[in-house]
Design a binder for this molecule. Structure first.
Ligand code: SF4
Length: 299
């Protein structure tokens, strides 16, 4: 059996940067508080927790010692989080992904011009909450075309943004549907960072750029074991892309979730993951699978 890891899988640079911030801080202090899990991956959260990174929420601020360090993860936060941290004398380590910061800045410009802001994304996702916070929670968050057609006022000048990790095709479909109905529709983008972004939306190239490579990787293997945190948005998107290219794609957040019946008659196994899946986790999956089948051969 050949087990290989998808070369295009692993942390996006926004997440690598946030983890670097945490590890650097933990070299000089024994405790750093992170607002929400630094990454949607329980194994990596546990590793950082052992180094001194503790997950907290804004509600915990009153109980933290003044001067404590609060890390804002790559998803970003709404403006009131910064104000509340100042109120309780906490020091902010801002690891918001620069791409997310740029989206927030662009949204703010449209709010100042009285546009109706529509965000395509998940209303409870931290990145969407942060972006919506910039609008004073006046944005319309939509999950699909039907939802948008019900909630959007077509007569108002409208700008459509998207959570950075949504599916590109679904976003295009939504933009088309609104274009046909809105008197004025702008599709929000941040061309200034075109290296990471496709010019006409705010879907991160770290996610959409992987689609073609993942499809190819999925079709080259007999089965795909896809590992990511269950809370990871791009994990869900990327898993579905792999599944569409290879029906024998299986999801496992941790090694214990591997079902050995998946491997019946299989010669080539591909391991892939989300932008929040550490490379060392995929390596562990590879080793466990290889050991299982090697031991069967030698037994
Ligand atoms: S997926 Fe893209 S936008 Fe999101 S944290 Fe990673 S690099 Fe930044």
């Amino acid at each position: 059996m050949i087990v290989s890891i998808d070369k295009s899988a692993g942390f996006c640079w926004g997440v690598v940067r946030a983890i670097d911030f945490a590890e650097n801080e933990l070299q000089s202090v024994s405790k750093v508080y992170c607002l929400g899990d630094i990454i949607h991956n329980t194994t990596e959260v546990k590793r950082l927790n052992e180094l001194g990174l503790e997950t907290v929420s804004v509600n915990d601020f009153p109980n933290l010692e003044r001067g404590s360090k609060i890390l804002i993860r790559a998803h970003g936060e709404p403006p009131e989080t910064y104000a509340k941290a100042r109120q309780f004398g906490l020091e902010i380590i801002d690891a918001t992904c620069p791409i997310v910061t740029r989206v927030q800045e662009r949204v703010r410009k449209f709010v100042d011009q009285d546009y109706q802001v529509v965000i395509y994304g998940k209303k409870d996702h931290a990145e969407v909450i942060g972006i919506n916070g910039v609008t004073g929670y006046t944005a319309i968050v939509v999950k699909n075309v039907e939802d948008a057609l019900e909630k959007v006022d077509f007569k108002k000048p409208t700008v459509l943004f998207t959570q950075t990790t949504m599916d590109k095709r679904d976003f295009k479909e939504l933009a088309e549907a609104l274009k046909q109905r809105c008197e004025e529709l702008v599709v929000g983008s941040i061309e200034e960072t075109a290296v990471q972004f496709h010019a006409k939306d705010t879907i991160c190239g770290q996610v959409s750029g992987r689609e073609r490579k993942l499809q190819q990787f999925a079709s080259e293997n007999d089965i795909i074991v896809f590992t990511a945190g269950r809370k990871s948005s791009n994990g869900k998107v990327l898993h579905d892309i792999a599944k569409a290219a290879n029906q024998r794609t299986y999801f496992a957040e941790t090694i214990d979730e591997i079902d050995w019946s998946w491997f019946e008659g299989v010669e080539k196994v591909g391991i892939s993951g989300a932008t929040s899946t550490p490379h060392w986790v995929m390596q562990q999956f590879k080793e466990v699978i290889e050991n299982k089948f090697n031991s069967l051969v030698t037994a």
